[in-house]
Each structure stands twice: as structure tokens, then as C-alpha cells.
Ligand binder design. Structure first.
Ligand SMILES: Cc1cc2nc3c(=O)[nH]c(=O)nc-3n(C[C@H](O)[C@H](O)[C@H](O)COP(=O)(O)OP(=O)(O)OC[C@H]3O[C@@H](n4cnc5c(N)ncnc54)[C@H](O)[C@@H]3O)c2cc1C
Length: 399
């Protein structure tokens, strides 16, 4: 429909990719992005590992699997076209103990089902050639796994939106969402903007923004901080590509890994520590409001009962560099606590169901004029352009 106005809450990579997709798909449509911060990608998009995942881990047929693989090809082409960093440095998923071999085999089957390109099993000798300083008894090698600069991509998406006649409104914290005759009214304090349809891509705030829109209260968001160490510059030569553990299938996180960045630095991390504030980038940051919200939700207690042991281990790593590096050192034995300095941190928005299950797949639904992204954890940056297509299909459908 021409002359519609579509609003998008959130100028992270998912919101911006979606705004761009709609602006390009429907040239007559006016797209307005509402962002509470003064710049784009200030939260998850600006604090992630910068990895373009190839699609190894995800349940075949899930949104994550399908949108990740499609997202990679869209993103690669976009980065080439705009001359944005995109380097296929490859990834080893490394088994260091015999009991991990079965899980590695499962992962290989899963990746094949997901059509991950060029993935293969490699022997210890081949591993040595690829990563002379890595340990392990066997590995999967994904040569097409890449690294990029997601904040730069997000800025480019924002540019596409404005160049197509749309608007990216910064410093506009959405505080009210009301369905009114013929549209949806979006409020920020006393300011009101009426749109025809609204898409919610609010990351760490996705449940509270959904609540404003009278969408269901569940799933809730649990913030998991991911802290990084940085290899000292004279140790970065020990790592050529990405080195990952075989993940524990009980958790949605991939485990501490070695990640070269496009600026030449090498990160170790992220861990996964329950954050005491949704936007809590440091250990000491506590939000009583966020904590009370978590404590009042039965899903939090159920999750705690199931995963407290892992939680304690992750906290130990957060408090002690030595404990953090003990795990990482199993993959690159030459690297210890003396070889790193503390780096940055990001906070993951992980959706949690009432029964204590950490929601694995992307969750996106539409109710009337409002489409809500309720869970978009990793690999949502990788998949952002494909998620945008998926959301645009749902949101623009006349139903
Ligand atoms: C530590 C870490 C490592 C990761 N590594 C990778 C990786 O290597 N590869 C990968 O593909 N993915 C990775 N991810 C996941 C990826 O970063 C996220 O899935 C992705 O950035 C989600 O984008 P988003 O737009 O949904 O959320 P965000 O980037 O968090 O954006 C949401 C936006 O909504 C805004 N907002 C919230 N509430 C309001 C409101 N009321 N009014 C207006 N605006 C509002 C926020 O300010 C924010 O800008 C990682 C994430 C983390 C935290």
C-alpha cells in the first residue's frame, strides 16, 4: 500500500535492517525508526563478537537455521557492495576431550542439514596446519565463517533508510503504544506519532516494549552479560582464525572462544553471566527494577534451579581472570591469565519462558497492526537481513 507509515521501535541491526527492507520493498511507504539512545546500535549490536555465523549450530528447519544461512549470503553481498569489512577467516570447532566427539559428530550432521558450505571434519594434523597453537583431538572446520563490523553495517542500513525518504529518530524512548482507529499511536512522554503499523525490535527491552503494546507478558527477557578478555598485542599471533569449543547443547551460548576482530585485535570470550541490570555492562551495575522483575517471574526460579551450577562457574570466571582463562587455555594452551587484559562486555537479550526454558529459536509474531520480535539472540546480527525479509513478509501482509 502506498502512503502508509510504518514505525519500527529500536535502531539495533534488526530494527534497521527491517526499516531498510520495508523502505526498499515499498517505495511509497514512509518508514520511521524510534530509538531511545542518541546513536544507533548502542546495545547488543554494538557489543557483540562480530562473527558471521555459517549456520552450524541451529536445529534444522528452525527460523535460526533458515534465516542464518540466508542472512549470510545477503550480508556478504551487501558488505562487498558497500565495501564494508567482511573476512572469511574460518572457524575451528574443537573437541579437546573424547566425550566431546559424539557431540561434535551431531553438530556435523546438523550443519550438513543446514547446508553450511564447505564444512568438513579435520584431523589433528590438519588442525595443526590451520591453527598451529590450538589443542584438540579433532575438529570441524568452517572456512566460510567470517568476521565483520556490525555497527558499521547498522550505520549503513540507517543511511539507506534516510536516503529512501525514511527517518531514524534518535533520543525517542517509546513510553506508550496505543492502538487507535486506523493505526497505532506511539508516544514518548508528551510526543505522539501515529503510524499505520508498528514493528517492535527492542532487544533487551523487547518484553517491556511488548507490554506497552498489550502483547503477551511472555516470554520475559533475561540479560546475560558476556565479558571479553583481549589478547595482549604480542600474543595475537597465536590465533589465526576463530577457535570455538564444542558447545553444551543445554545452553543457547557457544562457550568462550577466540575471536579475531576486524581491527586486528583478538578477543577471548564472551562468558555468560546473569546480569543484574538489562543494560548492565559491568559487574557492579544493578537495577533494582530489573531484578524485581526477574524475581517476580516464575521462569527465573525454574531456570535458576536447573542451571545454578553453571551460573556459579560463570561468576567465578567474571571475578577472576585466572578462572576465566582456565577454560580458554584448554583450546590454546599457550595462552594464560598473563597474556590478556580485560576487554569490553555485551549483554545478550535472552528470552525465557514461564516454565524456565531458555527460548532457543527466534520468536517473532504479529497481532493486528503490531509485529513483535520477542527473541532475537545470536545469530540475529548474522541473520539480520533475512530476519528483515521475514518480518516484512509478516508485517506487510494484509491478512
Ligand atoms: C556479547 C554478545 C556477542 C554476540 N555475538 C554475536 C555474533 O558474533 N554474531 C551474531 O550474529 N550475533 C551475535 N550476538 C547477537 C547479536 O548481537 C544480537 O542478536 C543482535 O544485535 C540483536 O539486534 P537487535 O536489533 O534485536 O537488538 P539491539 O542491538 O539490542 O537493538 C535494540 C534497540 O532497541 C532500542 N530500544 C529499546 N527499548 C526502546 C524504547 N522503549 N524506545 C526506543 N528504542 C528502544 C535499544 O536502545 C536498542 O538500540 C551477540 C550478542 C552479544 C550480546
Amino acid at each position: 500500500m502506498a502512503d502508509e507509515t510504518i514505525g519500527v521501535v529500536g535502531a539495533g541491526i534488526v530494527g534497521l535492517a527491517t526499516a531498510r527492507e520495508i523502505a526498499l520493498r515499498r517505495p511509497g511507504t514512509r518508514v520511521v525508526v524510534f530509538e531511545k539512545e542518541q546513536r544507533v546500535s548502542q546495545h547488543q549490536t554494538g557489543h557483540n563478537s562480530g562473527v558471521v555465523h555459517a549456520g552450524i549450530y541451529y536445529t534444522p528447519g528452525s527460523l535460526k537455521a533458515d534465516l542464518c544461512v540466508r542472512g549470510v549470503s545477503l550480508l556478504r553481498e551487501y558488505c562487498q557492495d558497500r565495501e564494508l569489512p567482511y573476512r572469511e577467516i574460518g572457524k575451528l570447532v574443537t573437541a579437546v576431550r573424547p566425550d566431546e566427539l559424539g557431540r561434535m559428530e551431531d553438530l556435523y550432521e546438523r550443519a550438513k542439514n543446514n547446508h553450511v558450505p564447505d564444512l568438513r571434519k579435520v584431523s589433528q594434523d590438519e588442525m595443526r596446519e590451520l591453527e598451529p597453537h590450538a589443542a584438540g583431538i579433532a575438529a570441524l572446520h568452517s572456512p566460510r565463517t567470517a568476521i565483520t563490523d556490525y555497527p558499521a553495517i547498522a550505520r549503513e542500513f540507517a543511511k539507506d533508510v534516510t536516503e529512501s525518504g525514511g527517518e531514524v529518530g534518535l533520543g525517542f524512548p517509546v513510553t506508550g503504544i496505543t492502538t487507535v482507529p486506523g493505526g497505532v499511536e506511539v508516544a514518548s512522554g508528551q510526543d505522539r506519532v501515529k503510524v499505520d503499523r508498528l514493528i517492535l525490535c527492542a532487544g533487551l527491552q523487547s518484553d517491556s516494549v511488548a507490554k506497552l503494546a498489550q502483547d503477551g507478558r511472555e516470554p520475559r527477557i533475561v540479560p546475560f552479560r558476556g565479558e571479553y578478555m583481549l589478547l595482549k598485542p604480542d600474543r595475537t599471533h597465536l590465533v589465526r582464525g576463530l577457535i570455538y569449543p564444542v558447545p553444551d547443547p543445554r545452553y543457547p551460548f557457544l562457550g568462550v572462544h577466540f575471536t579475531p576482530r576486524v581491527d586486528g585485535s583478538v578477543e577471548v570470550g564472551p562468558n555468560a553471566v546473569l546480569a543484574l541490570a538489562r543494560e548492565g555492562y559491568t559487574l557492579g551495575r544493578v537495577s533494582p527494577r530489573d531484578l524485581l522483575g526477574l524475581a517476580a517471574y516464575p521462569g527465573s526460579w525454574r531456570m535458576a534451579r536447573r542451571h545454578w551450577r553453571t551460573g556459579v562457574k560463570e561468576y567465578r570466571g567474571a571475578l577472576s581472570t585466572k578462572a576465566f582463562m582456565k577454560d580458554a587455555g584448554r583450546y590454546v594452551p599457550g595462552v594464560g591469565a598473563g597474556d590478556v587484559v580485560r576487554g569490553g562486555a555485551g549483554v545478550r537479550a535472552q528470552a525465557l519462558d514461564r516454565d524456565g526454558t531458555l527460548v532457543d529459536d527466534f520468536r517473532i509474531h504479529r497481532v493486528g497492526r503490531i509485529t513483535a520480535v520477542r527473541n532475537a539472540p545470536s545469530p540475529a546480527a548474522t541473520a539480520s537481513m533475512a530476519i528483515a525479509e521475514h518480518i516484512a513478509d509478516a508485517a506487510l501482509d494484509r491478512e
